[in-house]
Design a protein around this ligand. Sequence first.
Ligand code: BGC
Length: 332
Amino acid sequence: MSIEKRIFGSAEAYTITNGDLSVTVLTFGATLQSIRYKGVDVALGYNTLEEYETNDGYLGATVGRYANRIAGGKFTLNGVEYDVGCNEEGRGHLHGGRIGLSHKIWKAEAAGKNALRMTNTLAHGEEGYPGNMEIAVIFTVEEDTLRLTYEAKSDRDTVFNPTNHCYFNLNGETGAPILNHLMKVNASAFTPMDDLLIPFGELRSVEGTPFDFRMAKPIGKDIDAADEQLAKGAGYDHNFCVDGEGLREAVVLTSPDTGISMTCRTDLPGVQIYTGNCTGDRAGKNAPIGKHSGVCLETQFYPDSPNHPAFPSATLKAGAEFKSVTEYIFSK
Ligand code: BGC
């Protein structure tokens, strides 16, 4: 069990190792740069800070204050309308705004021999959101489990929806797409979206649709099916409503190439499954990255929930303690 620190441009990289699992987290964006399981790096990333600063795609980043989209960059809370801006050309507000948690430098401190506590603050009014916030993400490596624990507090009522935007490829970083991965999703419904990729309030049954992953099937099996929702996202880019409550299984991914499986568990209501449909070609750590090079499992409150009172609420009350856990459990 160890934590090693090294310089990463003007930021730092911390590698937490425990048994077969070794995870590198950057202070830039509290970003998961690498997840090595039994010698295979299953997370996409870059070798330099500049690439993290300038490329799109949020590779491995901690995303917030509000992950995914807020329609028109506006929502109302306690009768006050907040304008958080539209940082995504032609669409709306994405992943917390121009400089969200993903693009900030975090403080890191060891929390024992196998955990790293990363902290940051957000100011009241920053990117248009209310509330001064203190935020922590604890990255714990416990045998075959990587656990992300999110903690936060705000001095005013606000909305808070953090996630991690890691692109997984259990084939390893070979440039091979994730379409052959078997995926099982514990969700009987998903939130269909409009032309701007924003849910409009409906919870739609997955039954009889390409979104039915209740029995494991290859990600690529139905990805090109004639389906209006898949066409909008150019593949899967949808919030699945995870069945049940509390810390429970959301997704199981398996690579037939390496035999590596990963179970993602979360206590959050949804998971955005994004199959890297719009990832432009670029260099990765060890192999080129492009369309379908990785799949993101972004555990979250549903996108745009501040504008949908019927969705589980992402409101964080002043002074309340936010705590949420997402786990990635590896096996082979
Ligand atoms: C969104 C995608 C977006 C991607 C990268 C995902 O969370 O759902 O639409 O392209 O992030 O920004």
